[in-house]
Every structure is written in structure tokens, then in C-alpha cells.
Ligand binder design. Structure first.
Ligand SMILES: Cc1ncc(COP(=O)(O)O)c(C=O)c1O
Length: 459
């Protein structure tokens, strides 16, 4: 525990956030670790947020924080976007669940099929995890094959096929609670390795699908280029399998039509969540009609085959649909993706300039509106302003094992007024402007100086 380290950073964090400490102490009596999502686990305790607006949020003690987590990437338009809020409020007033079809689901699906290149049809789910689960089931039914290729470190939610090989169990063994028989149906390959994909297909005729995050593992932490995606597209087609882009983060963020539009490679299926529902709960699987036809009653009957069943109490929930329509309409008709991308570029430049000025051989990188911190665990010779993530071997991107440094880095950033995506990066919205970038750059400088003062930055 960091509380036993006599760290001024930890002391400053605790002095600033007493109400969060008190709430977490009580929450720990009700929730495992006192939290509702693993990413919020924080030593000594997480910050509790009371309200948010645009690019900012405020904790229980009234501390303002520039928000660089953006609802886990769901809030491209920032917190409480006026149109999204009004649409959701209007829908709340006339019904939250009709137990029936409604016009909102039509309007929502129309936007998805207009905007997303692969989307001939769309089926809504309640989350990204449900969307990737259904995508795999569709691919298996469509191909009549069993196995799925996934790439190490790529994240696709927490269901049984996806719960290993992301930040542990890199050998493909199942994590607790997952059946070994099921894990054995997943072929885990190194990221960006087309030769390995070809070998896997050549050695096994039972591969139904390849699923990946199209901009790279863990929201682009290990970047994947368009050339790899083009090679993958060709290989998957040649072997009669289904290519699935997991666009839960990249969809409607990287471009209005997602990474598939930006990178010019169209998958057979894609999975969506987060922005698709305007920051409310929701997800979707979208893609080729002949694949989604496996959920269609009449097509299945006409082909004499059993359809895939798909229920879900909150599929296309009217409030999520209303928020989704308001968000997607703005993204389609405006420049939200471009503004968020420009803000992230400014933040990267500002952070890298600070690293150079402070003589710290780390680098801040990323594409579009996502940024990652490379904290250089092996002490390589790094010029922050010249470091090219795309030129690095995959092994460079291993998780930094210096747990204390990483934990303190996050706390120090909160102490100085920003709440990033833990100690590993940030995700921006179209509402982050010059003021937020300037404040964040200063916060980054002060946080790094605190780490230096504690002797944590030996390289
Ligand atoms: C790429 C990717 N796929 C799937 C998921 C799972 O989505 P959800 O949290 O909505 O279940 C996430 C969540 O962060 C994600 O980043």
C-alpha cells in the first residue's frame, strides 16, 4: 500500500480528497474493492466525482479536474452535451422502455448504416462486451467453424472468449472462471504479425473469424498500421473467414465512419458501443447483411436453418437511442472528430515538450484523439520529441512493471488537477480547448517534478 511509503505525493492526494476517502471506506463494505469497474482500482482509493460538464469534472470535495478519460471514451462531445442531454431528457419524460418497437431505434439504425462503411444491417446490444460476444457467434454460425483468432493485448470486453491474453495469461491459458475448453478455441497471436495469421489459417481449416482493435492493441497502445489491416483483409477473405473490427472505442471517434473509414479497410462485421449511444449504455454489432441474416427470422426460415436467438431487455433502449441519435447526428454533420484529434495532437506536443525540458526520456504518443504515455521501463535512449511509436518493435510496449512509479504518476496528476486514463494515457473530446491543454501541460510538468523530487524518475 502506498500509504506506508511516506510519499509527499500520496499525502497531497489524501489531503486533497478526504471525502473520497470516506466514501470509499464505506463502499468497500458493499462492493468488491469498493469499486464498480476494475480500471477504477486506485491505491490508496479512487476519486469520487460529483458532477461534470464539457471537458471538466468536480470531485466530492469540490476539486476541479480536467477529464481525460471521457466516460471511458464514450464522450466525444464532452460531458452533458446540450443536444444529447435534451434528447435524453425528452425521452425520459415520455417513456424509458416501451417493451415494443419504437421510432428511435429506426432513426438510430439509419444513422449507423449511413455512417459506418460495413454496416448493411445493425443489431443493438447493451454494451460492447455483448456486441463482441454476438459478433463471434454470428461468425461461427456463418462459417460453420469453431475457432477465433485474437491478438495479444487487444481488448474486447470481459466475456469468456476475451478474458485472457489482454494483460495476463499471454500463453492463452484461461483466467479464473473461464473454461479451458473454451479458451482452447481462441488462437492468440502476436499483434501486427501477418505471417503468424497466415500460418494459423494454413494449419487450421476451423478458423471462423479474426477480431482486432483496428488502430491497435488497447486503443492503439501498440499501433497497427493500415498496411497490416489491408494484408489481414486479403488473408481473411482468402480463407473464407469473417473479419471483425472492434470499433467500440474507435467508432465515431477516429472519423465519423470509424477507423474503417479513416484507414480505408472495410471489415465484414464491426462492434460498436460508447459513442454510439451518446454516453449512455448501449452497443451494436453491424456489418454484412448475409451475416446478420443469421438473426433474421424470415431469412433463416427461407433458408431452412435455425436462427441465432438474440434477446436483451435493454437492446435499443429508447433513452440510449435518443442520446445516440443526438450524438451521431452532430458527429456526422460537424467536426467533432477533427476537433478532438487536434486537441490530442496539441496535448501530445505540449507533454513531449515538457519531457524534453525536464530531461525525462519518456514519450507521449498516439493517434487521433487518444494519447499514450511511454514510460520507458527498460531505460532506452529516448528523445521525447522524435520518438516514433510506429517504428518500435512490439516488445517495447510491455506494461511498465514499476507499480509504485505508475501509481504515483496517476496520483500526482490528480493532485495537479487532471484525471487521465490511469497512468497510461488520455482520451480527449471535442470540448477540450486551449485553456484545458495549457492547464494540463502545466499539471503534467508539476506532477513529473513531484515524481523527480521523490526519486522515482531515475530514467
Ligand atoms: C475495444 C473495446 N472493445 C470492447 C469493450 C467492452 O465494452 P463495454 O465496456 O461496453 O462492455 C471495450 C471497453 O472499453 C473496448 O475498449
Amino acid at each position: 500500500m502506498l500509504t506506508s511509503t511516506n510519499s509527499p505525493i500520496v499525502a497531497a492526494y489524501m489531503a486533497k480528497t478526504p471525502s473520497s476517502a470516506a466514501m470509499h471506506a464505506e463502499a468497500s463494505g458493499h462492493l468488491p474493492s469498493g469499486i464498480a469497474h476494475d480500471s477504477r482500482y486506485t491505491d490508496p482509493y479512487p476519486v469520487y466525482v460529483a458532477r461534470a460538464a464539457g471537458p471538466r469534472k468536480w470531485d466530492l470535495d469540490g476539486n476541479g479536474l480536467i477529464d481525460f478519460y471521457g466516460g471511458h471514451g464514450a464522450l466525444l462531445l464532452g460531458h452533458c452535451d446540450p443536444a444529447v442531454t435534451a434528447a435524453a431528457q425528452a425521452q425520459l419524460a415520455i417513456g424509458t422502455h416501451f417493451g415494443a418497437c419504437h421510432a428511435m431505434e429506426l432513426g438510430w439504425s439509419r444513422l449507423v448504416t449511413q455512417m459506418v462503411p460495413c454496416a448493411e444491417r445493425v443489431r443493438f446490444t447493451s454494451s460492447g462486451t455483448e456486441a463482441t460476444l454476438m459478433a463471434l457467434r454470428l461468425a461461427r454460425a456463418f462459417t460453420g467453424r469453431r475457432k477465433i483468432i485474437r491478438f495479444l493485448r487487444h481488448f474486447h470486453g470481459w466475456h469468456d472468449h476475451m478474458a485472457f491474453g489482454v494483460d495476463n495469461h499471454f500463453d492463452g491459458t484461461p483466467s479464473p472462471g473461464v473454461l479451458p475448453e473454451l479458451a482452447a478455441e481462441v488462437v492468440l497471436l502476436p499483434p501486427n504479425d501477418l505471417a503468424a495469421v497466415k500460418r494459423a489459417f494454413e494449419g487450421d481449416p476451423d478458423i471462423a473469424a479474426v477480431i482486432l482493435e483496428p488502430t491497435g492493441a488497447s486503443t492503439g497502445m501498440i499501433p497497427t498500421g493500415a498496411a497490416f489491416l489491408r494484408g489481414l483483409r486479403e488473408t481473411v477473405t482468402a480463407h473464407g473467414a469473417v473479419l471483425i473490427f472492434d470499433e467500440v472505442v474507435t467508432g465515431f471517434r477516429v472519423a465519423p465512419g470509424g477507423a474503417q473509414q479513416a484507414l480505408g479497410v472495410v471489415p465484414d462485421l464491426c462492434t460498436l458501443a460508447k459513442i454510439v449511444a451518446g454516453g449512455l449504455p448501449g452497443g451494436a454489432v453491424a456489418g454484412r447483411k448475409d451475416i446478420l441474416d443469421w438473426i433474421d427470422f424470415d431469412v433463416s426460415a427461407s433458408k431452412g436453418r435455425e436462427k441465432i436467438k438474440h434477446q436483451g431487455t435493454y437492446n435499443a433502449n429508447p433513452v440510449s437511442a435518443a442520446a445516440g441519435i443526438a450524438a451521431l447526428t452532430q458527429i456526422r454533420d460537424g467536426d467533432a472528430c477533427a476537433r478532438a484529434t487536434a486537441a490530442a495532437a496539441a496535448l501530445r506536443d505540449g507533454f513531449n515538450a515538457v519531457l524534453a525540458e525536464e530531461g525525462i526520456p519518456w514519450a507521449v504518443y498516439g493517434e487521433h484523439s487518444v494519447i499514450h504515455f511511454f514510460t520507458n521501463p527498460d531505460g532506452a535512449d529516448v528523445d521525447p520529441q522524435a520518438w516514433d511509436a510506429n517504428a518500435q518493435p512490439v516488445a517495447v510496449f510491455k506494461a511498465d512493471p514499476r507499480k509504485q512509479l505508475m501509481a504515483k504518476l496517476y496520483l500526482a496528476m490528480v493532485v495537479h488537477g487532471m484525471d487521465p486514463k490511469g497512468p497510461r494515457g488520455a482520451i480527449l473530446s471535442a470540448t477540450h480547448g486551449e485553456a484545458e491543454i495549457a492547464e494540463a501541460v502545466q499539471a503534467w510538468r508539476l506532477a513529473l517534478r513531484m515524481l523527480k523530487d521523490e526519486g522515482e524518475l531515475r530514467h
